[in-house]
Design a protein around this ligand. Structure first.
Ligand code: SAM
Length: 226
């Protein structure tokens, strides 16, 4: 009985690992994601653990999924593209705005020394904290609150990734960025946005625009109204 259960669990995790490898090759590398550290993190983090049970079988699909509270988790390619644009280094302190399931925070936890992630819905923040703890991500800290104003008690951050759509670049986030730091954020309307990369160089900010995307809104003091 135990042998059988153990065997089937092993089989299951091997199948999941194969799905992750396929996702990395077919959805990420083939579309131009080239950072090997990002690809290795995406091949390692068990995405199915973060997805609500009813959709766990779709965890490696090439599409966004519902996660509760009317929110979604982005398709794997968008996660990889945003994280690649962030250029997280092993010594970095990172802020993520929009924890959602905690999946992207786990990816960032693989790449940086410390990750603070903030989510407006308590139920999502609590669930993400639990899964991250079960998976042993001791360097990822989940906070419930309005991340459009950043996390002033933990500043400065080397990198800031916003996983929700903002009407403009929030000034608080730029202020909380360390010199030489980088902020990656979707900016635009509620319907469509463009990924923007903000770099702080010599006290100045330099903004570049990248691919089009579609995120749920960043709702808060420096985001959209409810
Ligand atoms: N990164 C997440 C993941 O890996 O599952 C998915 C993020 S989901 C696309 C966007 C999240 O941003 C939602 O969970 C939403 O509740 C959250 N959000 C929106 N406005 C926010 C705010 N002002 N502060 C914190 N979280 C916010």
């Amino acid at each position: 009985m135990f042998t059988h259960l153990f065997g089937s669990n092993n089989h299951d995790s091997e199948a999941r690992a194969q799905q992750r490898e396929r996702m990395v090759e077919e959805q990420l590398r083939s579309r131009g994601i080239g950072d090997e550290r990002v690809l290795a993190a995406m091949a390692k983090v068990p995405r199915e653990r973060f997805i609500p049970n009813e959709d766990a079988g779709n965890a490696y699909g090439d599409y966004p999924l519902p996660i509760g509270a009317g929110q979604t988790i982005s398709q794997p390619y968008i996660v990889a593209a945003m994280v690649e644009a962030l250029e997280a280094r092993p010594e970095d302190r990172v802020l993520e705005v929009g924890t959602g399931t905690g999946y992207e925070a786990a990816i960032l936890g693989e790449l940086a020394s410390e990750v603070w992630t903030i989510e407006r819905y308590l139920e999502l923040a609590d669930k993400a904290r639990q899964v991250l703890s079960e998976l042993g991500y001791g360097n990822v800290y989940v906070v419930q609150g309005d991340g459009s104003v950043g996390l002033p008690q933990q500043l400065p951050f080397d990198k800031i990734l916003v996983a929700a759509a903002a009407p403009r670049i929030p000034e608080s986030l730029v202020e909380q960025l360390a010199e030489g730091g980088r902020l990656v954020i979707p900016v635009g309307t509620r319907i469509e946005q463009q990924v923007q990369v903000v770099r702080k160089i010599g006290g100045e900010t330099v903004v570049t625009a990248h691919e089009l995307c579609r995120f749920v809104p960043l709702v808060g003091a420096q985001g959209w109204e409810q």
